[in-house]
Ligand binder design. Structure first.
Ligand code: IDC
Length: 458
């Protein structure tokens, strides 16, 4: 389903620029393209997204310039770049992490501003002095039966240490996790799921159903039905849905054993006929031994299998799904005493700013012995907040790509914390696609996830 952008050099009048008077109008290739979107507007103020795509030679270091047509229009705060304004001229300079733009690459920027009178769109966009008159055409969004991840890969199964598709070939699924659906339910709707499938080109949607903290235990029927409807929404868009029984506090999954049996008996029966469902039976066991987790798994798995025999199941591991590393142990406790079930994978979680080389070493060792799925990770610290650690995140994702280990990023939400992909307030609007709604973490993940998949088909 991943489509390459077709770069077109045209004299289109993006943003109403009068291309006919521009020297670029007749050039073979335009230097750049800008998508400008006002994502929200209120009395005297507004928020806008600016996505700049380099259509010329690669640049290392860029400056975007544009003109505010109305004297009352002022940038008050910008992000993902250094912003300044002098009179009507705005200049925006790339940061270390987005200053390099290959041909066809984009930077996602945004700002809030004030205005008096009208709020016309800015004009005269330039990138390093070259007018942005190009256009980029994207193919229409895919529909099921037309190359979506589920259409291509079909029913998944575990093969050796890999996740395999219907052609028995190893694949990697890349996608996003919800935040707790008891808190951020407003973020999961047709528009946001469309954006995830078509724009992020995500293979996977993890549905984090907390059990405590206002989750499942407070309304079993309501949460079960909401999970089912999110599974359907993912299916309609050709994405895999991972049903995450999000145990966290208390850390012993056996505390929720009866609830897990009830919940999984119900969702497994209801979704047995679907090809897009993966079951994750315990998010992050903590303060509990591996043997207790294994015992929990060996009681829950048969309940799922009785209703849905062929689905892949994933079990959390000791120490917040660190294969025991966060408890001073390691993968050998699982290798030496695996769960007695087939078609099973083990969860490994990391938060890039907190978990680095020793965790990567454990994952690398374990990857040749156990089927692993990174069902949750963050670009930030284990609190879910703080700064994005780009170097560690990149090292992690490169490793997962090499090993074809699937992943879901925490979170596809507008939570006011560094791990969230969207800026606070995004989910009260309907725009989940333009660059102005993305945080630094969201922009990074969208860049990684939206690159073409290479799913084998024979
Ligand atoms: C965090 C949320 C935060 C919430 C907290 C407690 O980001 O808003 O207050 O949970 O519920 C995990 C967990 C995941 C955590 C996340 C970040 O699976 O629930 O979410 N994290 O702390 N494991 C490691 C980190």
């Amino acid at each position: 389903m991943k489509r390459l952008l077709a770069l077109l050099a045209t004299c289109a009048t993006v943003l109403g620029l009068t291309a006919a008077t521009s020297p670029q109008a007749t050039a073979a290739a335009a230097g750049c393209k800008v998508d400008y979107t006002v994502t929200s507007q209120w009395s005297g103020g507004f928020q806008a997204g600016v996505k700049v795509t380099n259509l010329g030679a690669p640049v290392t270091g860029w400056k975007l310039g544009f003109t505010m047509p109305d004297a009352g229009q002022k940038v008050t705060q910008g992000w993902n770049a250094t912003w300044s304004q002098s009179g009507s001229a705005v200049s925006v300079v790339g940061l270390d992490w987005n200053r390099t733009l290959a041909t066809g690459a984009s930077a996602d920027l945004g700002f809030t501003g004030t205005f008096t009178g009208a709020n016309p769109k800015p004009t005269a966009f330039t990138l390093n002095g070259v007018a942005c008159t190009g256009s980029v055409e994207e193919e229409p969004p895919p529909v099921p039966g037309d190359g979506t991840p589920v259409d291509i890969n079909g029913q998944l199964h575990v093969c050796g240490v890999n996740l395999c598709n219907q052609y028995n070939r190893p694949i990697q699924l890349r996608g996003m996790s919800t935040h707790g659906i008891q808190w951020f339910d407003q973020c999961y709707n047709s528009a946001s799921l469309d954006a995830l499938a078509n724009d992020w080109k995500s293979d996977l949607f993890r549905i984090a159903m907390y059990v405590q903290e206002g989750g499942y235990e407070t309304n079993p029927a309501g949460f079960t039905s909401r999970v089912n409807s999110l599974v359907d929404m993912a299916e309609a868009r050709g994405m895999y849905a991972m049903i995450d029984f999000h145990t966290l506090t208390p850390g012993d999954p056996n505390y929720n054993l009866a609830r897990a049996k009830t919940f999984f008996a119900s969702v497994a029966a209801r979704n047995a006929g679907k090809k897009n469902v993966i079951y994750e039976i315990a998010n992050e066991p903590n303060g509990v031994s591996w043997s207790a987790i294994k015992s929990y798994a060996e009681q829950v798995i048969p309940v799922i299998r009785a209703a849905d025999p062929d689905a892949v199941i994933i079990v959390g591991t000791r120490g917040w799904s660190s294969l025991g590393v966060s408890d001073g142990s390691n993968e050998s406790e699982v290798v030496n005493n695996p769960v007695n079930a087939a078609n099973l994978m083990y969860a490994f979680h990391f938060y890039a700013a907190s978990h680095k080389d020793n965790y990567r070493a454990a994952l690398s060792r374990a990857a040749s012995q156990l089927p692993l799925f990174v069902t949750e990770f963050g670009t930030v610290s284990a609190t879910g907040g703080g700064a994005v650690d780009r170097a560690s995140t990149t090292a992690w994702l490169d490793l997962l790509d090499q090993r074809k280990i699937g992943y879901a990023n925490w979170t596809y939400s507008e939570a006011d914390e560094g791990s969230a992909a969207f800026r606070p307030g995004t989910c009260s609007g309907s725009d989940y696609s333009s660059s102005g709604v993305l945080t630094e973490s969201g922009a990074l993940l969208k860049n990684r996830i939206s690159t073409p998949d290479s799913f084998p088909t024979s």
